[in-house]
Structure formats: structure tokens, C-alpha cells
Design a protein around this ligand. Structure first.
Ligand SMILES: *Cc1c(COP(=O)(O)O)cnc(C)c1O
Length: 233
């Protein structure tokens, strides 16, 4: 068994255990494999181990990988999620190639994604990124801004508002992790009341997935625990 295959098995068991500890069904939590900086060979191993949903942070790198796998039999049925910061000059590439975008925090970009989504492709699934605790971060809106942005995005024809995403400031204490993720879950439940198509709460990474699941995450984004540490040099 490859290391990646073994890691995926371990992550899946970890998710199932975390879900069971809080009386949730493991199937309520989708595993998004974050493959940024990793070669197509590593992704191919994850696909061979049954993984279908992949997250990428850099537009060009992600599009290159999507093109590569679209030509292979093994690449059929994959679902690509854009999870990095998105500038408006790159929105067209995301609209044309990805199935999901997790990092919407401006109406202007949502409008571009909707305008640029090719005819014949299903609507782009989008999540609004919330800046829930990290004051240093420039990404994400504050919760006060959510009702207005959600209403404007929900009115766009070629994107579907599916929920919320957050990257909290790093925190090692489990209870404090749960408390911050809990604020996201409250906002998610409130949003669901207005928009029946909202079903996705994207939160939890390698170091905080258990707390995220305890607080109601429906999608964890896991890189390091599957593919190993990243090398940015
Ligand atoms: C890199 C990244 C991840 C994965 O982080 P790990 O700690 O490696 O699991 C998840 N979400 C986002 C938005 C990322 O940029």
C-alpha cells in the first residue's frame, strides 16, 4: 500500500471517529483532499485509493492539473474545488474549470464568476469565506456583512450559494477551536433558514479537523495528513 493510500485510510478513520464521538454519521463529512504544490503522481495515488474531491489554491496550478486528469480514464468523476485567494483577473479560469469556489468575499468576484461560467456547465457552487478569528488575515468578510452578501450572491444566475467557509487563526487548545468553529456553525444554521440550497460548512484542516467536526463541519480540507508536508522552495 502506498503511503498516500495509508494516510487516506487513517484520515477517513479519524473523521469517522470524530463524527461518532459527537453522534454524527461519518457520511455527513466530506473529505476534500488538498493537493496544492503536490505533483499529479501524488494525486493519482489518492484517486487510486478512491478519493474524488480535490482542493487547489493556485489558479494556474489547479487548471493544469484539471486539464491533465480530464484526459485520463482515471480522471473521470473528479470534483475540483478552488480554495485559494481569488483575484478578479483570475476569475475566468476558475469559472471555466472548477466545480466549487470556497473563498468568495466580494460581490464583484461573484458577479464575474457568474458571468464567466460557460453555457452548458452547471452553476458554480460557491461558499462565502468568513473571517471568524484571524484579524491579521485580509481574506473573508465579518459576520455582520453576511446577510447582504448572501442575498446578492443568491440572486446571481450561474453560481449556487452552498454555504460558508473559514480558516480560523491557529489555535492549539481543542475547546477554544470548538468555540470558534461553533460561531461558524451558528451562522451556517441561520443562513440555511433563508436559503434551502445551503448545505455545506467547509472548515477543519489537518490540525483542527476533530474540533471542526464536533462543531458541525460538513467538509474538511485536508492536505498535510494525506500528502505530507509541503515544500514551497
Ligand atoms: C493548505 C490549505 C488546507 C490544508 O491544510 P493542511 O493543514 O495541510 O491540512 C486547507 N484549506 C486551505 C484553505 C488551505 O489553503
Amino acid at each position: 500500500m502506498s503511503t498516500i493510500q495509508q494516510n487516506l485510510q487513517d484520515v477517513r478513520s479519524h473523521i469517522a471517529a470524530a463524527a461518532q464521538r459527537c453522534a454524527r454519521a461519518p457520511e455527513e463529512v466530506t473529505l476534500l483532499a488538498v493537493s496544492k504544490t503536490k505533483p499529479v503522481e501524488a494525486i493519482a495515488k489518492a484517486i487510486a485509493a478512491g478519493q474524488r474531491a480535490f482542493g487547489e489554491n493556485y489558479v494556474q496550478e489547479g487548471v493544469d492539473k484539471i486539464r491533465y486528469f480530464s484526459q485520463l480514464p482515471a480522471g473521470s468523476g473528479l470534483e475540483w474545488h478552488f480554495i485559494g485567494p481569488l483575484q478578479s483577473n483570475k476569475s475566468k479560469q476558475v469559472a471555466e474549470h472548477f466545480a466549487w469556489c470556497h473563498t468568495l468575499d466580494r460581490l464583484r468576484i461573484a458577479q464575474r464568476l457568474s458571468d464567466q461560467r460557460p453555457v452548458g456547465m452547471s452553476a458554480l457552487n460557491v461558499l462565502i469565506q468568513i473571517n471568524i478569528s484571524d484579524e491579521q488575515s485580509k481574506s473573508g468578510i465579518v459576520l455582520d456583512e453576511l446577510p447582504a452578501l448572501a442575498a446578492a450572491i443568491a440572486a446571481l444566475p450561474n453560481v449556487t450559494l452552498r454555504g460558508l467557509m473559514a480558516i480560523p487563526a491557529p489555535e492549539t487548545d481543542y475547546q477554544r477551536q470548538v468555540a470558534v468553529f461553533g460561531l461558524m456553525h451558528d451562522a451556517f444554521l441561520a443562513l440555511k433558514q433563508h436559503y434551502p440550497q445551503v448545505d455545506t460548512l467547509s472548515m477543519g484542516m489537518t490540525d483542527d479537523m476533530a474540533a471542526a467536526i464536533a462543531a458541525g463541519s460538513t467538509m474538511v480540507r485536508i492536505g498535510t495528513a494525506i500528502f505530507g508536508a509541503r515544500d514551497y522552495t
